[in-house]
Design a protein around this ligand. Structure first.
Ligand code: NIG
Ligand code: FE
Length: 420
């Protein structure tokens, strides 16, 4: 048993009451000006005002092995990044330049570039090389305060390569401090060998890929890119219902570029989350609120595609719980920085600092089914937290363009050092 006491911390955390926070509770954050965290074997044993935690400690026979003074700095739960495509080989910088010249994202995909060019390199890659590339990005995310990350497959688009990606993602979970949530995204694009035969690809996915992945137990969720020219609402429904029937949770890239009604499908099948939603209709957002489907918003993608940001204030007004994610990928959002996304959410989408904090921690944890372990600094959860170089979480948006995270603790162990 290792017992650690963290004192002299300004603690800002959502308090988990068993459901994602929506509407007026989206910004429900507990503040402890001079707080303390008592951590035993990686789990939180006590969290509260420092004097109360010290009193409790005195009343028990517990020996503290390490006492750490955090110098009054701000402590928040480790970020949960609930939507990434971190597992890929190289970036697509030339395509980025094309987009800067005005070529549309979906047009590049239509020409066989975009996702399909990453598919070619991931299919060819040695598993160890794919692991190294993914590991590098994941460690960068950890230094930026992310302690739990969802990672999608989807650059294989054949059973063998999707399984290779999911093995890489599973190895990352075993060999790094990160909590990793694996998602099968075999429906990320229609592979070149199925061009103009997308229904046949969907059949193959349902009949071959999905059962193979489920048999190995290496995916927790299934996700689909529901978009004009990619997968239709009907195809998405077939895939996600088949996945649910085999025990996976459903997620959906919905209404990113065109309003196809992906948000309505998410509500209909009670998906855990719908992602992007830049173009989603209000009535479909209302249906999501009724179904309890979380909106995972990805402001770095809107920024990078130069699109209007998702209507996040409308979502909150309608009672849709909002989570924030990076969408790390080599095409539409090449960043693994939750602080950057947090800053965009505050400056460009109009979230308050408290709303963004809940979105990037507790609601994000619900969006990946991990709220029992992470997402808030509640007793019984893991001691996963970031120490910020500032007094409040506002510093994340305020000190723009730099890493505001001084230290990162995962299960009570320090992984990223003080840099200031
Ligand atoms: O969420 N929209 C589809 N998938 C990613 C982009 C993946 C890529 O371009 O490589 C997204 O934006
Ligand atoms: Fe995505």
């Amino acid at each position: 048993m290792i017992t650690k006491l963290f004192r002299n911390a300004a603690i800002f955390t959502p308090v988990d009451s068993g459901t994602p926070k929506a509407g007026p509770l989206q910004g429900d954050v507990r503040v402890l000006d001079r707080g303390a965290l008592l951590c035993r074997n990686g789990l939180l044993e006590a969290v509260g005002p420092e004097d109360q935690v010290l009193q409790r400690l005195a009343a028990t026979a517990l020996d503290v092995d390490h006492e750490i003074d955090l110098g009054g700095r701000c402590v928040i739960p480790g970020f949960v990044d609930p939507h990434t495509h971190l597992c890929f080989m190289m970036p697509r910088e030339q395509e980025f330049s094309l987009r800067l010249q005005g070529v549309e994202y979906l047009e590049i995909l239509r020409r066989g570039g975009g996702i399909l060019s990453t598919v070619r390199s991931v299919r060819q890659a040695e598993e160890s090389a794919l692991y190294e590339a993914t590991h590098r990005r994941a460690m960068s995310a950890l230094r930026l305060g992310t302690t739990t990350v969802e990672i999608k497959s989807g650059y294989g688009l054949d059973t063998a390569t999707e399984l290779k990606m999911l093995r890489v993602i599973a190895r990352l979970a075993r060999e790094t401090p990160l909590d990793v949530v694996p998602t099968l995204m075999g429906a990320h694009a229609v592979p070149e060998e199925y061009r103009d035969r997308s229904d046949a690809y969907v059949d193959r996915l349902i009949q071959e890929m999905l059962p193979a992945v489920v048999a190995q137990g290496i995916a927790r969720f299934c996700d689909v890119f529901c978009e004009k020219g990619v997968f239709s609402v009907e195809q998405s429904r077939r895939i996600l219902k088949a996945a649910q029937a085999q025990g996976l949770g459903a997620k959906i890239h919905a209404d990113e570029v065109h309003d196809l009604g992906g948000a309505a499908l998410a509500a209909e099948i009670r998906a855990v989350s719908a992602e992007h939603l830049l173009a989603a209709r209000k009535e479909n957002l209302r249906a999501m609120a009724q179904a309890g489907t979380i909106a995972v918003v990805l402001p770095a993608t809107a920024y990078c595609l130069r699109k209007p940001f998702a209507p996040v204030r409308t979502m909150i007004d309608l009672g849709v719980p909002v989570a924030l994610a990076t969408d790390t990928n080599p095409g539409s959002s090449y960043t693994e920085s939750m602080p950057f996304v947090f800053g965009l959410a505050v400056f460009m989408m109009g979230l308050s600092v408290e709303e963004a904090l809940v979105a990037a921690t507790l609601n994000a944890a619900y969006a990946v089914g991990a709220a029992a372990r992470v997402g808030s600094l509640d007793v019984g959860k893991q001691a996963d937290f970031a120490v910020l170089d500032g007094e409040t979480p506002a510093v994340i948006a305020y000190h723009a363009g730099v890493n505001p995270v001084a230290q990162v603790y995962k299960k009570g162990e320090q992984y990223a050092p003080w840099t200031g």
